[in-house]
Design a binder for this molecule. Structure first.
Ligand code: FES
Ligand code: FES
Length: 166
């Protein structure tokens, strides 16, 4: 099959490649570019494990073709850490508040949460729950994920994080 040329900015670097038009973006990222942070959970747009940030929107990368990302600015979990290599505030918060167990959903969850905090810089608990509704976690029951996002939002807004009484 004839291949198409794509040029995509991935985690701040211009990447050029030849790709078959049928290749899904998640397969391109994982198999051709070697970015295995975004996971494949369902390949049917349900789980959100494959979430990446594309031109300022959270996108399930199993739901689009790589050629559709031509010219885009794309960020994966690999691009989330700070320039000095330290963890992003969301990554720290997930670690500190036990926002993960097996970790399978975590790259997609953090990538989505990162965009959510740009859409709504200081979200309520309900807004967080709606905001991550497209990302499924089979382990945590979501409570600590929500807590981690609340803690990260508090830190980014210069507030002390106080856990709600149970
Ligand atoms: Fe893309 Fe599940 S692998 S939504
Ligand atoms: Fe296991 Fe979310 S931590 S699926």
């Amino acid at each position: 099959m004839a291949k198409s040329h794509v040029k995509i900015k991935i985690n701040g670097k211009e990447v050029e490649a030849l790709v078959e038009p049928r290749t899904l973006l998640i397969h391109f990222l994982r198999e051709q570019i070697g970015l295995t942070g975004p996971h494949i959970g369902c390949e049917t747009t349900h789980c959100g494990a494959c979430t990446v940030d594309l031109d300022g929107k959270s996108v399930k990368s199993c739901t689009m073709f790589a050629v559709q990302a031509d010219g885009a600015d794309l960020v994966t979990i690999e691009g989330m850490a700070n320039a000095d290599g330290s963890l992003h505030v969301l990554q720290e918060a997930f670690r500190e508040h036990h926002g993960l167990q097996c970790g399978f959903c975590t790259p997609g969850m953090i990538t989505r949460a990162h965009r959510l905090l740009q859409e709504i810089p200081d979200p309520s608990e309900t807004e967080i729950r709606y905001g991550i509704a497209g990302n499924l976690c089979r382990c945590t029951g979501y409570q600590n994920i929500v807590k981690a996002i609340q803690a990260a939002a508090a830190k980014l807004n210069g507030r002390e994080f106080k856990e709600a009484a149970e």
